[in-house]
Design a binder for this molecule. Structure first.
Ligand SMILES: CC(C)(COP(=O)(O)OP(=O)(O)OC[C@H]1O[C@@H](n2cnc3c(N)ncnc32)[C@H](O)[C@@H]1OP(=O)(O)O)[C@@H](O)C(=O)NCCC(=O)NCCS
Length: 157
C-alpha cells in the first residue's frame, strides 16, 4: 500500500472546526483552555494572521498559526494530533511557516513556549531558535498554577 502524502495548505474558513479540535486535543492536556471555532475565526481575521493545515488522506493532522507585522513574525500556536507525533509533522509545519513568513517579509520569528513543555522546546531548539527572554507566570494551568514562558527567537538572515 502506498503511503498517503502529507498535504500542506493554507488554513481556511472551512477548517475552523478541525483546527479548534486539534488545538483542544493538544492544549487541554497541558492544562490550557482549548480554543473554540469562534476563537479561531477571530484570530484568523486579525491583521497579518494566517495558518497552515497539514492533512494526510483528508484528515487534519496538525496546524500552525502565525502573525506577520512588518519584518517580524510570531508563531501563535502549533498543534499536532497526539497519535501522529514524533513523525516529523511539527517540523514540516514549521518549515512551511518559515517559508510563509519569509515570503511576507519577516526577517525574525518569535514564539513563547512554556517552561514545562520539553517537546516543543526541543523542537524549537533543534531548528535554531534561541532563548531571548523569560516571562514569569505567563501560562495559566487551571485556576492556581502558573508557569513561566521562554521567549525564543529565530533570525532568518
Ligand atoms: C510540540 C509538537 C507540535 C511537536 O510535534 P511533532 O510532530 O511531534 O514534532 P516532530 O515529530 O516534527 O519532532 C521534531 C523534533 O522535535 C523534538 N521533539 C518532538 N517531540 C518531542 C518530545 N516529546 N520529547 C523530546 N523531543 C521532542 C525532537 O528533536 C524531534 O526530532 P526527532 O523525533 O528526530 O528526535 C507536538 O508535541 C504538540 O502538538 N504538542 C502539544 C502542543 C504544543 O505543545 N505546542 C507548542 C506550544 S509552544
Amino acid at each position: 500500500m502506498p503511503v498517503p502524502p502529507r498535504v500542506l495548505r493554507p488554513l481556511g474558513a472551512l477548517d475552523l472546526d478541525r483546527a479548534a479540535a486539534l488545538h483542544g486535543e493538544a492544549f487541554t492536556p497541558l492544562g490550557e483552555r482549548g480554543w473554540t471555532r469562534q476563537d479561531m475565526a477571530e484570530l484568523l481575521a486579525s491583521p497579518g494572521v494566517a495558518g497552515i493545515l497539514l492533512e494526510i488522506d483528508g484528515a487534519a493532522i496538525g496546524m500552525a498559526i502565525f502573525r506577520v507585522v512588518a519584518d517580524e513574525a510570531e508563531l501563535v500556536t502549533i498543534a499536532v494530533r497526539r497519535a501522529e507525533r514524533r513523525c516529523g509533522v511539527g517540523r514540516a509545519l514549521l518549515a512551511a511557516v518559515f517559508d510563509a513568513v519569509r515570503a511576507a517579509g519577516a526577517r525574525t520569528l518569535f514564539l513563547e513556549v512554556a517552561d514545562d513543555n520539553p517537546a516543543a522546546r526541543t523542537l524549537y531548539g533543534s531548528l535554531g531558535f534561541r532563548n531571548v527572554g523569560r516571562r514569569p507566570a505567563y501560562f495559566r494551568r487551571g485556576d492556581h498554577l502558573a508557569v513561566d514562558a521562554f521567549v525564543m527567537r529565530l533570525d532568518f538572515d
